[in-house]
Design a binder for this molecule. Structure first.
Ligand SMILES: Nc1ncnc2c1ncn2[C@@H]1O[C@H](COP(=O)(O)OP(=O)(O)OP(=O)(O)O)[C@@H](O)[C@H]1O
Ligand SMILES: C[C@H](N)[C@H](N)CCCCCC(=O)O
Ligand SMILES: [Mg+2]
Length: 238
């Protein structure tokens, strides 16, 4: 396997399977001996576990995949906001100004201790960070090849092609794209994938099927390691 500094995982929208793909890639890279960790620039939305501790589902998934103990979850994200909303708005409601410098510092810190970092974006590619910056700027500063997760539902063709244009405008290399089946498979799934294959100038990394019932997750809970391993079997690493 080629050496990789990691990937920036973006998606056609929020709730399209970025966390599933990020966790699966961490599992895959770790299986080949690459000491890989997950990272999120910002998360919005927390739940209370049975001990009353405030947790975020994406960070828990990335932590479990990265084989880190519970008390190290804060290393995976500099901004943990409680309200599940657009991050700059959740932050503003709490009087917090999201700073790219803070995010990049946390990213460089964690990068020092691992061979590869899988960075999961928040929402789609151009989600705002503050009045002047967005997640696309963060991806550009991190200088990682990008993987686009396409949530296979009606409308995804347009969202995927818009995302590719935005990536191209920023000269960000697309290492590949993943088709992710959401809970309900869409009509003409394979024809939709073919349409995208003909239009996205980057390798197709595979189709993740709908998770089997016993591997499905409650909406605000993390993915299980079994679910990540299932997804990992269906995608290639670029
Ligand atoms: N292959 C799949 N099979 C069944 N359900 C899925 C699949 N992929 C994703 N889902 C469901 O869709 C929801 C969104 O997935 P996920 O959290 O991975 O998206 P996301 O892009 O990371 O969202 P966010 O923008 O909030 O980070 C989850 O609740 C998950 O259960
Ligand atoms: C809270 C949610 N799960 C995501 N983490 C954030 C999604 C932000 C979407 C903003 C938008 O594009 O309108
Ligand atoms: Mg996510």
């Amino acid at each position: 396997m080629k050496r990789t500094p990691g990937f920036f995982i973006t998606g056609t929208d929020t709730e399209v399977g970025k966390t599933l793909v990020s966790g699966a890639l961490i599992v895959k890279l770790r299986e080949t001996g690459i000491n890989t960790v997950g990272f999120k620039p910002v998360v919005a939305g927390t739940y209370l576990d049975h001990n009353g501790q405030s947790l975020n589902e994406d960070l828990e998934t990335l932590r479990i995949a990265s084989k880190l103990p519970a008390d190290q979850v804060n290393h995976l994200c500099p901004y943990i906001l409680d309200q599940p909303a657009a991050p700059h708005l959740s932050a503003k409601a709490k009087g917090i100004h999201l700073e790219s410098d803070v995010i990049l510092k946390a990213f460089h810190e964690i990068s020092r201790n691992f061979d590869a970092v899988i960075v999961e974006g928040a929402g789609g590619f151009l989600v705002p960070l503050n009045q002047d910056e967005n997640l696309g700027d963060i991806a550009q500063s991190m200088n990682l090849p990008v993987i686009l997760v396409v949530g296979m539902r009606l409308g995804c063709i347009n969202h995927a092609l818009l995302s590719c244009e935005a990536l191209k405008t920023r000269n960000l290399p697309i290492a590949g794209w993943v088709a992710n089946t959401l809970a309900n498979a869409m009509p003409l799934l394979h024809e939709n994938i073919q349409t995208l294959k003909e239009r996205i100038a980057a390798p197709y990394l595979g189709l993740i099927p709908s998770l089997p019932k016993d591997l499905g997750k409650a909406s605000d809970m993390p993915y299980s390691l079994d679910a990540l391993q299932f997804a990992a079997q269906h995608i290639n690493t670029p």
